[in-house]
Each structure stands twice: as structure tokens, then as C-alpha cells.
Design a protein around this ligand. Structure first.
Ligand code: 5AD
Ligand code: SF4
Length: 465
């Protein structure tokens, strides 16, 4: 059988999509981890920031060398960049044989066949229905313990800076029946954790024959499948964090106590310009509710610095909301103008790059302090950890995560990957060692393309028994 190599960039949704693509092509291609032996290379791309796209252009240039060595090699580009740049990409990137947008993966066999006949082929049609509902993803890069399950696609929010609604189209939810079916299959294969994924998971909504399923209800249905199964979700929009969801999280021990709640900015002026539809005050009200009902819940976030017209005072508002919430972890970005978005049409990208960098460094430094403080608070506490793998540094150490999604390193003892282990934290890793660890972990699980500008830190633990 011919061999397929897939390289994935960007968010978790893209990783889940690559698993769908592997499934669609499984009758034609066997997956390989060795790019040199591939007959087909697929690059699943991200357009969220200009830097992400520049990296992919660079990678495509590198792939030209593989094509010179093997003239039968085909190269296809998938995902958001295909959607944003369409046919133009086929002209500017001669290494590409075909491109397919995020809703066009079922047509891949056809696109491949056409390009083999020498036609340049592309499909970038967006759909209002496609959820790849009946496709059972091939878990080709998973650790055998935790898996992503895509439950909805697209986004209707049109935040002023964001290209996603244009590249991934309108919001649509997948049927609960096939979601539960996919998770049942994971349970049979001994998976212990699922992360329900969507650009906006908590606006999940399904209605059929008079029966309605909200995101909270779906979470409860998944949590009830097995007490041994941990359930996580990403990503939430603050406007959709309902009381029903927070209370459902409290009801089930196996729903992990961690909410990724992108704030983007702490300034009302910026939030309004960004079209985030919440205020600093209403965001903090949701945070208060979460902390009241789920006192041990970790909160993580996304932050953009240097959005159009951001004053120093606006930037201070971001720093102060970070302190007020006390995030465990954050992904932090410099604003990057994307063609076609409201911000690109309406507001000049007027913060100089050096100033964006300075502000970014400030938020990264603050997040470092907040993550360290959170880790210090954990010293002496006991957590249940789901073991994900062996620490790359030492065969004698395992690593896993607690409910709050914090990575914990501890002695192997008699334990194995996929087990739950109770551990007590005794030490925190310094930032440098921690980042080195994250890098290794990210590479082992996702190749080299994940964990961009995230900032958090890790802890070391002893076994309790
Ligand atoms: N520039 C910088 N960051 C962006 N994000 C989305 N669009 C942009 C942009 N144009 C960030 C947001 C979002 C995360 C996935 O990426 O913080 O939550
Ligand atoms: Fe982009 Fe906003 Fe949709 Fe998130 S909610 S994908 S930031 S438009």
C-alpha cells in the first residue's frame, strides 16, 4: 500500500481533522511517521496569525527537495490556509498538487486522482452541514490514553480580529449519537480521557424529534458513560459559560475542573472593538460564579496584546484582569492583522511591532509569576493523575495530568501509562526546566508544531503509597 505522511499545524481542531483525513484515506494509504518514505504528504495548515502562515510557506519550500528526489511524490495542502488563499496558492507554491479546505476532506480521493492525471485540483467549498459525523477518526498520533473528539465545527462570532469564521464557516453541531458512538469505541480501546472539541464548544446545540441537547447535557451524557473516563472540553466563549454548564461540571467528578476561557483583553474599550460581546465586569462575574461553584477549578486563557489603538491604559487593564483572575496558564499573542476581517477593514494596525513585543513580554512575565504562585499553592496537596507517558528525561519517571490539567512528574513505582495514580506535590519546576520538558513532551506527542507561546509551569510529586 502507498504511504501517507501528515503534518499538522495550529490548534487541536486541526489535529482532530487530520485524524479524520487519515480515516478517509485509509483504504488508499497506510500512515507513516517517516516523511522520506511517503508517496503523499499532506500539510494541515493554520491561518490564525501571519507568523503561522509564514512558517508553512517556509515548510513548503523545504518540501521541494523531497519532490526532486521522488517525482511521483504528491503534496497536498489542507485546512485554513487553503480556504483563505484558495487557488492562488497553487500558483504561488509550485510544490502543491492540490488543496482542500476544512469542509472538503471527503473529496480528497477525487482530488488526489485528478492531480495524478496532471490536473491542478482544489476544493475549498464551505458547507453548512459537514461535521464528518459518520467518520471514525484514525488515532494515528495519540498516546493511547487521551483523545480529541470533535463535536461541532465553525464559528458564528466574527470577533473583529479573527479569520476563523471565514476559513471554517458557520457553526454546526454533530449528532450526540455519533459522538457517543465514537467515545464508546475509544473506551473499548482503553482510552481514559476525551477532550470535546469545537471552535466554540459551549454553543453546541442539537435538536431532533423534539429532543434538545445543550452542551451541558452532552457533557453529562459523556460523563455518565464511565466513571473511569475523564472529560475535558475546549474552547469556550465566555458568553456561553452557562450556570447549567458550571453546575453540571460540579455534579460529575470525572468532568475535569479546568476551563479555558479566552479573555483576549481586560479593557472594555478593546473588548468592544474586538466584538467580544462581554465586558470586563460580565467576564469577572462568570469567573466569580465558577470559583463559587467549582472552588478547585483551574482557569486558563488567551490574550492578544497590541490590538488596534490599544493604549497603555488598556494594556494595564489586561495585566490587572490577569492578576484578578489568577490564570493557571495562558496563551499570549501579538495582534496580527488578517485580511478580510472587520478589524483589517475598519481599524489601522497602529501599534509598532517593538511595542507589541514589549507588551507581550510583560504579559508573559506576569503569567510566569501567576503559574508559579499556583504551583506553590499546590505543594503539599494530593492529586489524582492520569498517566500519559514516561518522562523523556528519565525512564524512572512518569508524567500525567491532574483534573486541573497541570502536568505532574513523579516516580514510576509499579505504575503504567493509562492508570490513575494519587500523588503528592513536593516541588515545583523552574521555568527553564519546565519549558524544556514541555518542548520534549509536545514533540513526542504532536511533532514539533504545538505549544507555541503558552506559559505555565510544572510540578514534581511523590507517590502517596
Ligand atoms: N492575532 C493574534 N491572535 C489571534 N487570535 C485569533 N486571531 C488572532 C489574530 N488575528 C488568538 C486569540 C484566539 C486564539 C486561538 O488565537 O487569542 O483565542
Ligand atoms: Fe475566532 Fe472569536 Fe470564533 Fe474564537 S470565537 S474562533 S476568536 S471568531
Amino acid at each position: 500500500m502507498k504511504k501517507l505522511f501528515i503534518e499538522t499545524y495550529g490548534c487541536q481542531m486541526n489535529f482532530a481533522d487530520s485524524e479524520v483525513v487519515a480515516s478517509i484515506l485509509k483504504e488508499m494509504y497506510a500512515l507513516t511517521k517517516e516523511i522520506q518514505e511517503a508517496d503523499l504528504i499532506l500539510i494541515n495548515t493554520c491561518s490564525i496569525r501571519d507568523k503561522a502562515e509564514q512558517r508553512i510557506h517556509k515548510r513548503l519550500k523545504e518540501l521541494e527537495a523531497y519532490k526532486r528526489k521522488n517525482r511521483h511524490l504528491q503534496v497536498g495542502l489542507l485546512g485554513c490556509m487553503a480556504e483563505r488563499m484558495k487557488e492562488e496558492l497553487l500558483e504561488t507554491e509550485p510544490v502543491l498538487d492540490f488543496i482542500a479546505g476544512p469542509d472538503a476532506y471527503r473529496s480528497l480521493p477525487q482530488l488526489i486522482a485528478e492531480s495524478q492525471k496532471g490536473k491542478t485540483s482544489f476544493n475549498v467549498l464551505l458547507s453548512e452541514e459537514e461535521t464528518y459525523d459518520n467518520i471514525m477518526p484514525v488515532r494515528y498520533d495519540a498516546n493511547g490514553v487521551s483523545a480529541f473528539v470533535s463535536i461541532m465545527r465553525g464559528c458564528n462570532n466574527f470577533c473583529a480580529y479573527c479569520v476563523v469564521p471565514y476559513t471554517r464557516g458557520r457553526e454546526r453541531s454533530r449528532s450526540p449519537k455519533t459522538i457517543l458512538g465514537e467515545i464508546e469505541d475509544l473506551l473499548k480501546n482503553n482510552y481514559k480521557e476525551v477532550t470535546l472539541l469545537g471552535q466554540n464548544v459551549n454553543s453546541y446545540y442539537w435538536k431532533e424529534k423534539g429532543q434538545e441537547v445543550s452542551f451541558a447535557k452532552l457533557m453529562a451524557m459523556v460523563a455518565e458513560m464511565s466513571p473511569e473516563l475523564r472529560v475535558r472540553f475546549a474552547t469556550s466563549h465566555p458568553k456561553d459559560i452557562s450556570d447549567e454548564l458550571i453546575e453540571t461540571m460540579a455534579r460529575y467528578d470525572n468532568i475535569c475542573k479546568c476551563i479555558h476561557l479566552p479573555v483576549q483583553s481586560g479593557s472594555n474599550e478593546m473588548l468592544q472593538k474586538m466584538r467580544r460581546v462581554y465586558t470586563r465586569e460580565s467576564y469577572l462575574e462568570r469567573v466569580r460564579k465558577i470559583k463559587e461553584v467549582l472552588p478547585d477549578c483551574a482557569l486558563t486563557t488567551d490574550i492578544i496584546v497590541g490590538f488596534c489603538g490599544e493604549t497603555l491604559e488598556n494594556h494595564q487593564d489586561t495585566l490587572s484582569i490577569m492578576r484578578e483572575v489568577g490564570y493557571e496558564y495562558a496563551y499570549m499573542f501579538k495582534y496580527s492583522e488578517r485580511g478580510g476581517t472587520l478589524a483589517s477593514k475598519r481599524y489601522p494596525d497602529d501599534i509598532p511591532d517593538e511595542e507589541k513585543t514589549r507588551r507581550l513580554e510583560e504579559v508573559i512575565a506576569l503569567q510566569g509569576e501567576l503559574s508559579m504562585a499556583s504551583n506553590r499553592r499546590d505543594v503539599g496537596k494530593t492529586f489524582r493523575v492520569l498517566v500519559e507517558g514516561t518522562s523523556k528525561r528519565s525512564e524512572d519517571q512518569l508524567f500525567g495530568r491532574n483534573s486541573q490539567n497541570k502536568v505532574i512528574i513523579f516516580p514510576r513505582g509499579e505504575h503504567r501509562v493509562g492508570e490513575y495514580v494519587d500523588v503528592m506535590i513536593f516541588d515545583i519546576l523552574g521555568m527553564t526546566r519546565w519549558l524544556r520538558f514541555c518542548g520534549r513532551m509536545a514533540r513526542s506527542r504532536f511533532g514539533r508544531n504545538r505549544f507555541g507561546r503558552g506559559c505555565g509551569s510544572g510540578v514534581r510529586a511523590r507517590l502517596t503509597k
